[in-house]
Design a protein around this ligand. Sequence first.
Ligand code: ADP
Ligand code: MG
Length: 318
Amino acid sequence: MSSSEFSIIEEFFTSKSDVGLCPVMGVGDDCAIVDVPADKQLAISTDTLVEGVHFLPNSDPELLGCKVLAVNLSDLAAMGATPAWASLAITLPSVDKAWLARFSKGFFDLARRHSLQLIGGDTTRGHLSITINIMGLLPKHRRLTRSGSNLGDGIYVSGTIGNAGLGLKKALSGSMDTHDIDLLSYLKPSPKVELGQILLGMASSCIDISDGLSADLNHILKASEVGATIWHEKLPLSNSVKQYMQELGDDVWPYSTGDDYELCFTLPETVSEEMLEKLQPFHVSKIGVIEQQSGLRIKMNGREVVTLNKGFDHFNVR
Ligand code: ADP
Ligand code: MG
């Protein structure tokens, strides 16, 4: 490693905080070492963001540092895992200290909020690309998966759908209004980590919405070998998204837009009122039901209108 590479790591990627589970060895040697508590299991996930594919060229570095961690935290949320550690592989076109300082701030601000420790990584030169390998803890033999939904289960989503997709449209047209809720959902998604932990032991299946509701719900349906109907009128939509759909003349637009990072999950019919109350702070909506007939059907005004199996496509943004 060159001295400049070492000083970048020292200055920008070495956690000064001691919140969360400290590793046995963190940044600085050839490997990090962690202790996994005896009653826990590790949940591990990796996500890469590439400039020009997953984020726009010249993106704000602080928002980017936050977003790259948020999308990885969202995968832990979908399994009900508690964030513990991450490694960060970053490829940079050049060393721009002002950029690195803001990227690092965005990353560590969110990491601290979730008591996550950065324990290692890799720093290289090339086209801007960021990969995080994230690790969380689950109580032994307890997890949320895509494969557990059963006939009659209700289908739920948190928050509202389509805002990030609309935010991407706004970002592409040059909007910089960071108070705009659509733009904010796209640039600064908030991973539903606490909701995932509450759903552990309650939900029969769960997934995070990264590629669009229809694509991600279809993953649950395939893994669980079931089908589903969504009641279109129950889909939680902001006024901005409703208005955009009207302009487009496309009722099913929000089903295929990505980047919302909300959770989609199923609950058994027998779920108690008490359990449902615990979900209220997360603005959860029941949007449909799991059925035997395979496929994903959308009902509008009680009539089946369309079958969906498509999601967000990075190369085909509408
Ligand atoms: P090696 O050459 O042995 O792979 P590196 O020079 O890549 O080691 O990294 C030195 C140390 O710095 C390692 O502990 C590595 O995990 C850590 N590291 C490198 N890049 C980053 C980064 N972007 N964020 C956090 N830690 C990093
Ligand atoms: Mg290395």
